[in-house]
Design a protein around this ligand. Structure first.
Ligand code: G6P
Length: 370
């Protein structure tokens, strides 16, 4: 068993460390490193069909749904097409407005989640083109979708998803660039700069993983707490939701993710002396606003752990109790980096609580019941 874990104590940790490879493999063959362009021959849609798309629905469960939340911002920014994201178990029961001009993207690591599969069938029934983003070749979702974009994360064993989620982000980045190139919704300089930044992500993740001591120490300090909050704006909010789910799944610490600006509309009432708050502040354009939300939390006694890019660490450092810097990248791509410290924090918090990290109570890797 230790051999399968390649020397790591748990599959989850091994899978966290496999992310640079997962990113490289998912980009390989899809990015032309000279022209900095993307090709997606697996997308069975002509240019005309793509131009006819009026809206996108992203449907998924759990962690894959959180990847979809980032996907929405990526597609709306790059292709200027409106995107809705919904959990599969809700989508299918509310007669969603699906037309042949809707692109429905289902996201599923396993490709076997019952609700996601049912949503896919519903979408096909209404004539939509269904694109599956999945990690498993030949899975039910892969077999039934019209187009299949494989994430090449390799088998994921730990129940808590890590490398599958982050590879789904890479798939959305590739898709966003491809749609922008096809529809000319963005300047070439823009798409090329995204692609160039994508190519640096694997090394940047490696640099985060090189020294995780501060994250481990922080994780151990929150292990005795019963409640924790995550805040962020924009894609930071999407990543906050994934970080919160990860923490709940394996540490059993109750946590909530809040859009930083929404905190004062209720949740701020729960902030009292010593409550841990993880604040994501990677969006330079929103930094000032997020810092003012952080101050609201600080004034009520919250203990804040900030995550920001290296250039902004100083600005954030004054407002928070502790700060962790991630390498600088394009604002749209930060989730592929900022999720990594959150995975590490969850892992060590679970370990500190003596939990079964790879097999959390009550949860299954793949949910084939509705
Ligand atoms: C289960 C797993 C989650 C996963 C979700 C969706 O709840 O425990 O980690 O995100 O199913 O799985 P899928 O295979 O469709 O991505």
């Amino acid at each position: 068993v230790t051999a399968e874990k390649a020397g790591y104590d748990h599959f989850m940790l091994k899978e966290i460390y496999e992310q640079p490879k997962a990113y490289r493999d998912t980009m390989l063959g899809r990015i032309n490193t000279e022209s900095l362009t993307v090709s997606l021959p697996e997308l069975k849609l002509t240019k005309e069909k793509i131009a006819a798309i009026r809206k996108v629905h992203i449907v998924a469960c759990g962690t894959a749904y959180h990847a979809g939340l980032v996907g929405k911002t990526v597609i709306e920014t790059s292709a200027r097409i409106p995107v809705e994201v919904e959990v599969a178990s809700e989508y299918r029961y509310r007669s969603p407005l699906i037309t042949p001009e809707t692109l429905v993207i289902v996201v599923s690591q396993s490709g076997e989640t019952a609700d996601t599969l049912a949503a896919l069938r519903e979408a096909k029934k209404h004539g939509a083109h269904v694109l599956a983003i999945t990690n498993v070749v030949g899975s039910s979702v892969a077999r039934e979708a019209d187009s299949v974009m494989l994430t090449l994360a390799g088998p994921e064993i730990a129940v808590a998803s890590t490398k599958a989620y982050s590879s789904q982000l890479i798939a959305f980045f590739l898709l966003g660039v491809y749609l922008a190139e096809t529809l000319s919704t963005q300047e070439q300089a823009w798409t090329k700069s995204i692609v160039a930044a994508m190519l640096s992500l694997p090394e940047q993740v490696e640099s985060i993983l090189e020294n995780t001591d501060a994250l481990r120490t922080y994780a151990e300090s929150i292990a005795e707490h019963e409640h924790l909050f995550f805040i962020g704006r924009g894609v930071d909010y999407a990543v906050a939701q994934e970080g919160s789910l990860k923490l709940k799944e394996i540490s059993y610490i109750h946590s909530e993710a809040y859009a930083a600006g929404e905190l004062k509309h209720g949740t701020l009432a729960l902030i009292e002396d010593g409550i841990p708050v993880i604040a994501l502040a990677t969006q330079n354009a929103l930094l000032e606003k997020t810092v003012s939300n952080i101050k609201e939390v600080k004034a009520r006694g919250g203990e804040i752990f900030g995550i920001s890019d290296v250039n902004e660490v100083k600005a954030l450092g004054k407002a928070v109790d502790e700060v962790f810097g991630i390498p600088a990248t394009n604002a749209l791509l930060t989730p592929a980096l900022s999720v990594v410290p959150l995975q590490i924090i969850s892992y060590y918090a679970s370990l500190a609580r003596g939990n079964d990290v790879d097999k959390p109570r009550n949860l299954a890797k793949s949910v084939t019941v509705e």
